[in-house]
Each structure stands twice: as C-alpha cells, then as structure tokens.
Design a protein around this ligand. Structure first.
Ligand code: ADP
Ligand code: MG
Length: 594
C-alpha cells in the first residue's frame, strides 16, 4: 500500500519537473538525451518491478521484448510506409502475441530454471534478430521516420522527450493501479502466498502470465519509442547485456516499488554514462568495463539492500497523510450466501482413503458435517487429521472414497474449485502476506466475490467493486475483533492475532463451511478462550465449522459432534460427553501419553 501512496503524491511533482526540465536555461542538450534514455529504460524496469520484484519471477530477457516493438515498427514504417502512430497498436499486439507462448513456457519453470529459461530465449531472440534478412541482419534497419504530431516531426531529443515521459508516467500509474486492485492482490500473493491465493479462488498461473505479458508490453512500448528516437535499429540493444542492465535497474530501484523502477533506471543509466567515459581511460582499450561494475553492484545490492535503494530514500520522506479509513459501514455490501436451516446435510466424507506409498494416513474414514454445527476432528499427533483436512480442501487427492459437498462429489478438485463451492480454510502453519495490511490480506479472501479484471483495474473502473470488497474485509475484521489493526502490516501481528486474521480472511469468502486446522495451536489460554467465543458466535450466525484440533480440552466445550482418529482410522464418533467417556479414546490419548 505504501508504494501506492507515495506514487500518488509523487506524480504531480514529477510531471512538473519533467515539463520544465528541457527548458531550464543552461541544461545541456546531452542531459535531455540522457533523460530520454532513462525514460525508455524506466518503461522496461517498471515492468520488471512487477514481474520480478512483486511477482518473484526473475527475467534477464526483457531486452528481447524491446526488440519486438522496435523491429515491428521499423519494418512497418520503412517497408510498408505505415505511419509511426499506427504501428504502436501493432507493436503491442506483436509483442503480446509473442510474449504469450514464451510466458506460458517460462512461468511454469520454478527456482533457478526460470531465470535460466529467460536467458535462453533472450539469447536465442538476439541471434534471431541478427539472422533474419527482412530485419536487415546485423546491420539492422535505418531511415525509420520520426514520430510527428500535427504535422510537426519530432527530430530533436527535446521533442520526443515529452512523448517518452508521458508514456513513463502513464505506465507508472497503470502499474500502480494494477497492483492496487483485486487482480493486484493475487499478483502480490505470487511470492510466498500462492497456496493462499489458490485456496481463495485466485488463479495464480493466470496472475503470473498477466504480469509477464504486462512487463513484455511495456518493453515493447519502450522498443517502439526507441526505434523512432534513434530512427535506426540493429540487434545490439536487444541482447542479454541490456537484459541484465534492466534487471539491475529494477533490483537497485527496489523490488516492489513502481517509482523505484524509475529511480533505478536513472541511477544505472547515469552510472553507465559515467563509467563508459572513465573506465576506458583508467584501464585502456575499449572494453565494456561497466558490465563488470554492474555485476558487482547487483551482488552488493542483493546482499545489503535486498529491497533496493528506493525504500532507503522513501523512509526519510515525511510520512504520507493518513489514508482514508475504510469502514465496515458506508459502502454498499456484497450479496451473501443464503443460509440454510440448521441440521441439514452439508458435507460428507465417505470412506475417504489416502495412502502415501505403503503408509495409509487416512483409512476409509466417514463422517458428516451438518449445517450450523461445529464438528471436531481430533486424535493424537500423526492420526491423519491434517491429511483428512487436506483431502477436503483439495490440497491432496483421494486414493479412494468420496467427499460430497452440497450434493456434489468433489472428486479430484483443486483448491480453487473447493473455494468456489463455498468452503474456506485456515492454515495450520499461518500463511499471511507480511507486507500487505491486515485489510488487504483479508480482502484476498473475498477474491471470488469480485470480478474486476486487468483492464478494469488499470483504468480504475473497479473502484465501486473494490470499495465493496474492502468494506466486506473490514466487516469481517471487525467481526473477529481485529478492527484496531486493520491498516497494520500483517507482519506486525502476533501469532494469536494472525490465526484470527486467517479466520477473518476465510469469512470474507462468505463460506458455507469453514475448515480450521489447529487454530488454537500456540495460543495462550486467554486467546484460546477468545477464539472459542468467536467460533461459537459464528455457529450462532449459521456457519458450519470443521475443527481439526490436537487439544481435546479446547474441542470438548465447543463442538456439537466429535470424530476421533487414531493411526488413520476412525475409532469413535459422537457427542462430546460420549467421546470423553469412550474407552477407545481414553486408550488412544492415554496410550499416546504413556
Ligand atoms: P495429524 O495432522 O493428525 O497430526 P497428519 O495427517 O499430518 O497427522 O499425518 C498422518 C500420517 O501421514 C503421519 O504418519 C504422517 O507422517 C503421514 N504423512 C502426512 N503427510 C504426508 C506426506 N505428504 N507424505 C508422506 N507421509 C505423510
Ligand atoms: Mg496436523
């Protein structure tokens, strides 16, 4: 959220500085040229901040996408005489269409295979540009016409300066809007929160592809501008060297900060200019010595300022004005699921079985959860509680048996489909996005209750829906008693509060069934009491809850019905009083203790 605040405040100031910059007396023309290069690099680097900094996908290949944009307009405007402005949509289309299959291949890769993959296609495309006859091979294409407006051609660096920086500002605003939206939350969940996002119905593979194509389009736009600024293109600026520089800009600027991308582009471009003049004099010859310095710089930044330099600067700025508070009331509310009368069949586990190799973790277990009741699933450590939970939540697939919810067999469904059926979960090992606020974390839970896509988010046409989603999140936060912490970063919460946050996030889905895996683990006694009070309030509101718990005492006072597992097998089932007196249960627990 912080990045959005600073971007909104920076925009007018930056626009003003940019408007007067070329006219300040005594500003050398070369500075304007440098500013243009910074602008072109900023476009690529803004895309990379989303792709790498926010989405966690490292790409060394962005320069190739600049090549798509540059070569498309070069060919169209020289060979076919198409006006440069008309080539822009074609450039974006070509870049997007080519980025799509590359993205589909690339985002599937994980770990270090992903950056290696980008290096591979980055290199391949560079050589391809140099081999194709209709792209002029390594000589490239020259005599590209300049951009023009109202019959006035932009031959000078001063003219195109405004075009470039207008696009940079637009791109920064678009990127900021995208991040500050429903789609943006699933993008920001890509690093470290994929399981959460999927459990609440967000398609994270699609979110990855979205940022990949968004970043590619910004690079393609940069290439288009570059072609009409230089009015000649050849393969050299679209190779791996530049790809590494772009990545350095994004990393230096700051992993998750849109304006950091512009800052990083400025810093690296200016540094390169200085180094290219100094280093050959120091070392003699004409090698690309700056590449060595950049490599060292990248290592240093990653080592000592992994968030980039931008946060080090913004930390010194005065705090942004208090944000308009999102309240639980005021905005129109989202439609709610129709509550069914208590006591009806809701979810049934039917002879569910899960084997891990020879180990049968869940051995033909059957039980049911009815509307408006809390069912406890208990048993000693290793009894198969979490595995059963994972079968219901779609995190693990059944070896045999069935799980039926609302009359529909869930079969081998993914967590996303489980969420769509109205089942929400919390995680035994708390999973929240630490750099998002409590409100944003909970709003992720309401993902399926909105529909705004990328275009609506970028154009800010999602505001009415977004207000409703945030109001819903705020309502759930108030409901669980975390209202005071609504705008705090989730990383500042204690474990007990995080578990409650997870309950609020699950409630934001408006679930018919709430799955809780050991929600009381690690809580202090008072926190356990508060949680128990909350859960019984939820039941009073008509919620059905499946409570997986190790702590028998916690479950006894709260549940309507208890299922006991031991070594994967159901050994008892009944009302709490019956379970307490059940010989097999006493044996399992005392036997375990002894
Ligand atoms: P509980 O939650 O009741 O403590 P679990 O469901 O986590 O128990 O585990 C049940 C059994 O299944 C344990 O013996 C555990 O070691 C085993 N198990 C759980 N998950 C896996 C897995 N992914 N691969 C192999 N064995 C597993
Ligand atoms: Mg467990």
């Amino acid at each position: 959220m912080r990045m959005m605040l600073s971007s909104r405040r920076l925009l007018p100031a930056l626009a003003l500085i940019l408007a007067v910059f070329p006219w300040i007396p005594g500003v050398p023309a070369y500075w304007v040229t440098l500013a243009n290069l910074i602008g072109l690099a900023s476009l690529v680097s803004i895309g990379l901040v989303l792709l790498t900094g926010v989405g966690g996908m490292t790409s060394f290949g962005q320069a190739a996408f600049c090549g798509f944009g540059a070569y498309t307009t070069a060919v169209l405007s020289t060979h076919y005489g198409v006006s440069p402005w008309l080539t822009l949509p074609v450039c974006l289309l070509v870049t997007g269409v080519l980025a799509l299959p590359l993205g589909l291949l690339t985002v599937r890769l994980s770990g270090h295979f992903l950056p290696l993959g980008t290096i591979a296609w980055g290199l391949a495309l560079y050589y391809l540009f140099g081999q194709l006859d209709f792209l002029g091979r390594y000589d490239g294409i020259s005599s590209i016409p300049p951009l023009s407006l109202f019959g006035h051609p932009f031959y000078s660096d001063q003219d195109i300066f405004y075009v470039i920086w207008a696009f940079v500002l637009l791109a920064a605003v678009a990127a900021g809007n995208l991040l500050d939206s429903r789609v943006g939350r699933s993008i920001r969940a890509l690093r470290g929160g994929r399981a959460v996002a999927e459990s609440f119905g967000a398609d994270t593979a699609r979110a990855k592809l979205t940022v990949f194509v968004f970043a590619a389009l910004l690079a393609g736009l940069s290439g288009w501008l570059y072609a009409h600024m230089q009015r000649t293109v050849n393969p050299s600026p679209f190779g791996l060297n530049l790809g590494i520089e772009y990545l350095l800009m994004a990393v230096v600027g700051g992993a998750g900060h849109v304006w950091g991308a512009v800052f990083g582009a400025g810093l690296v471009t200016l540094l390169k200019d200085v180094l290219q003049r100094i280093l050959p004099v120091l070392f003699g010859g004409s090698g690309n010595y700056e590449t060595i310095v950049f490599g060292a710089l990248m290592v240093l930044v990653l080592q000592f300022a992994s968030q980039g330099l931008w946060p080090l600067i913004t930390r010194r700025l005065p705090a942004p004005p208090a944000k308009a508070r999102v309240g639980a009331s005021g905005a129109a509310t989202l439609p709610r699921r129709q509550r069914r009368p208590a006591g009806e069949a809701l979810m049934a586990v039917e002879a569910a079985r899960k084997a891990f190799g020879g180990l049968v973790a869940v051995n033909d277990v059957s039980f049911a959860v009815r509307t408006g009741e809390i069912v406890g699933l208990i048993g000693p450590n290793g009894a198969g509680k979490s595995t059963t939970f994972n079968l219901i939540s779609g995190a693990t697939t059944l070896t045999a048996g069935a799980i039926v919810h609302d009359g529909i067999a869930m079969g081998a469904v993914q967590p996303r489909a489980v969420a769509r059926m109205g089942i929400a979960r919390t995680f035994q090992h708390v999973k929240v996005l630490g750099d998002m606020t409590v409100l944003e974390n909970v709003a992720l839970g309401a993902h399926l209750r909105g529909s705004a896509g990328v275009a609506r988010s970028i154009l800010r046409l999602d505001r009415a829906e977004e207000r409703r989603l945030l109001a819903e999140a705020a309502t759930q936060i108030e409901r669980v008693g975390l209202g005071e912490l609504m705008h705090a970063p989730a990383s500042s919460l204690a474990l007990g509060q995080l578990r409650i946050l997870e309950v609020a996030r699950a409630l934001a889905l408006d679930p018919a069934l709430l799955l809780l895996d050991e929600p009381a683990a690690g809580l202090r006694h008072v926190e356990k009491q508060a949680l128990a009070a909350l859960l019984s309030r939820l039941r009073g509101d008509g919620m059905s809850i499946l409570l997986v718990e190790h702590d028998m005492g916690f479950v006894m006072s709260l549940t309507d019905h208890i299922v006991v597992l031991d070594f994967g097998t159901k050994i008892a089932e009944g009302a709490p009083a019956e379970i307490k007196a059940h010989p097999a249960v006493i044996e399992a627990y005392l036997g375990g203790a002894a």
